[in-house]
Design a protein around this ligand. Sequence first.
Ligand code: PGA
Ligand code: ZN
Length: 419
Amino acid sequence: MPKITRIAAREILDSRAIPTVEVSLLTDSGSYSVASVPSGVSMSKNEDVELRDGDLDRYHGKGVLKAIDHIHKTLAPALIGRDVTAQEKLDAVMLELDGTPNQSKLGANSILAISIAAIKAAAGCYNLPLFMYLQKRYRPGSNLRVPTPIFNLINGGAHGAGNLDFQEFHVIPSSRMPYKEALRAGAEIWMSLRDELIHRNAIHSVGDEGGFAPNLFTNADALELMALVIKNSPYRLGLDVYLGLDVAANGFYNSGVYHIKDSPKPLDRQGMTQLYQTLVKDYGLLGLEDPLDHEDWKGWTELTRVIPESTMVIGDDLITTNAARLQQAITQKACTAVIVKPNQIGTLTETIALLKVAQDNNITTISSHRSGETNDTFIADFSVGLGTNYAKFGAPDRGERVAKYNRLLEIDSYLAKST
Ligand code: PGA
Ligand code: ZN
């Protein structure tokens, strides 16, 4: 039984110059791991709490020294000497020490950094690559497959400096395409989109997730532009690649209505649903993420009923990687796919509980990075090991996004050689 001998935490920077938590963990078998946690900006109030210092003299209040302190003074002393492979127990000990429903005392950021560091060190104890250890531990005997990537090529909303309301405009290669070809398609379309934006003299700098952040007239214009770029590429829209959206509708929802460029007056839930029906018809969208406010359960159920089955209705802010909320969504038929973000729920064990509910109920699973990221590639191994259908890691540029797509390439080439 390999025991944890040391846990050390520090404050590092994420891709937005905002502090985040990094943890190193050592075991008595010599296995050593490092893990850091990402951070979102379009966050739901239902997410577990990311502890920030609030000290305006440091990093505009965004420091994480309190979280680091909790690791050194409270969490590490309770974990040192414990079996590093007993993930459920380690996570339970941390949740008990926190004692709140949303990890607001010790912080989901401190707890998740240790949770991930532990599973990485456990894989090391068995001398296995992380994705393989995850598969053997949680899905023994299942097939290993690299998930289909979802590329976020245009960044609006809270992620872009441009003027678009919708947060993410996706290009999604066909699931039949081998991963290497899918990554190439995403990168080539990203390059062509840049050329087209330069040609139009539109802004072409990139947003938080590496997609372009242009000024366009409406949100539908962004889809039209992407469709045009794909039309002039070797890839066929609707056959080789698809379009998708993460609307992140909370961002422009106010007092029962949605304010967007595509309509001169605010739209209610029926108006938004009609707009989506038109966009699905015009662009054959494969995915529609967070189309309505995250507490409008009735609206989600109605939208899921009228949108064609070929379009995934994806819950991110609606579900917040919470198994109980997913269970509610299943009962109410409120979505058909779910975003899986470990830092919304705070421990690996709880993330896997959500995945199990999804996989047992035919809900499509999409593992996801956050808009504020580090170069940690845990989420790539997690996606393969736990068998998620899709992986959403941003655009195929910016180091912290490419690190994850490249890790999938590494796993893909390993799997190809070993079959
Ligand atoms: P976030 O955005 O990481 O800023 O929450 C990602 C998403 O909404 O999918
Ligand atoms: Zn989202």
